[in-house]
Design a protein around this ligand. Structure first.
Ligand code: ATP
Ligand code: MG
Length: 341
């Protein structure tokens, strides 16, 4: 049976990349599938989080989910640490995944930086926890940004190795040829699957990047949005009228992609309209469009964050429903492995 799972880390303010690459897609998928949307607090602490800020960020991500249009009655919205299946299955996957697989993960290399000896062990096994998040619900579809593609491939590798290593046992417990874990499909679609930093067209926009000017936060007001777009790094050339004219122009490509995503159109269509025009004309149009899309969400987020009691109730209810799905799957995994349950 099809099921969607995805998550966002409570590591700071959600930004335009999280919205266009992930959360907006979460909203759309509710019409087609049963969906589970998690605030992945266990993932967040793989790098240091101030406890007070972690709690606030958990509320902020939950508010952003709801403000964007995730319906907590239809979909399951909860925070990861509340459902113990995630941590338990992650341990089992720590024993399935190979060091060599994890050594190839580019996110670890980027986040650990030069001082790898000082990175947390959790940051290294982050992808195993992500596989557990997904497979604890036997989820079949995972909407994510392009940066998570490699982790989704690892999730499939873990699922395949588990199914293979325990194939005899699975068969004796009545599982068919395909084992117990599905080959989960990443859903990476649209013109904004990798929104880049406004200051550096070679780096993705990130919550955890130090420079606030590098991103548009969902909490930024209209003036701030306009200012950040005005100051965004660009080249001096006018926009091309065809897609291939964006090659080698990372910053221009990024702004055109953002425009296309916000306007629900394609980069081709944006270039057909703005080709030949300079950034002095394009940037104000982009700012206006961004404010138009983000302002109502911004208002709704403010309203929701002012009532943390309501957000806590949503998370508690979601956790109970998530646990109902994950607990029997985890119980089966334990039987498969041979644990006395
Ligand atoms: P951090 O810097 O703490 O890792 P982040 O901005 O990368 O924060 P995550 O919580 O790691 O955000 O990712 C949440 C979702 O947003 C994932 O599906 C991820 O692929 C997507 N995402 C993150 N950054 C971008 C981006 N720049 N463009 C498109 N999608 C993105
Ligand atoms: Mg990230």
């Amino acid at each position: 049976t099809p099921r969607v799972f995805s998550g966002v880390q409570p590591t700071g303010n959600l930004h335009l990349g999280n919205y266009l690459g992930a959360v907006r897609r979460f909203v759309a998928m509710q019409d087609e599938y049963p969906c589970i949307y998690c605030v992945v607090d266990l993932h967040a602490i793989t790098v240091w989080q101030d406890p007070v800020e972690l709690t606030q960020a958990t509320h902020n991500v939950t508010a952003a989910y709801l403000a964007a249009g995730i319906d907590p009655k239809r979909s399951i919205v909860f925070n990861q640490s509340r459902v113990t299946a995630h941590a338990e299955l992650a341990w089992i996957f720590n024993c399935v995944a190979r060091m060599g697989w994890l050594n190839r993960m580019t996110q670890f290399k980027e986040k650990a930086g030069k001082d790898r000896e000082n990175a947390s062990a959790g940051l290294f096994v982050y992808p195993n926890l992500m596989a557990a998040d997904i497979l604890a619900y036997q989820a079949t579809h995972v909407p994510v940004g392009e940066d998570q593609k490699q982790h989704l491939e690892l999730t499939r590798d873990i699922a395949q190795k588990f199914n293979h290593d325990y194939s005899e046992r699975l068969a004796s417990l009545g599982y068919g040829e395909d084992g117990m874990f599905p080959m989960t499909e990443p859903i990476i679609q649209g013109p904004a699957t990798r929104v880049m930093s406004l200051r550096d067209g070679s780096k993705k926009m990130s919550k955890s990047e130090a420079s606030d000017a590098s991103r548009i936060n969902l909490t930024d007001d209209a003036d701030m949005i306009a200012q950040k777009i005005r100051k965004a790094k660009t080249d001096p050339e006018p926009l091309p009228s065809e897609l291939k004219g964006l090659e080698g122009r990372a910053e221009a490509d990024n702004l055109v992609g953002i425009y296309a995503a916000l306007a629900n159109t394609t980069k081709d269509a944006v270039l057909a309209q703005y080709g030949g025009q300079g950034f002095s004309a394009f940037k104000p149009a982009l700012a206006e469009l961004a404010v138009e899309v983000l302002a109502p969400m911004n208002d709704e987020m403010r309203r929701l964050v002012a009532d943390p009691g309501h957000l806590d109730a949503v998370l508690a209810d979601g956790a109970a429903r998530a646990n109902e799905i994950a607990a029997p799957i985890l119980h089966d995994v334990k039987r498969v492995v041979g644990f006395v349950t």
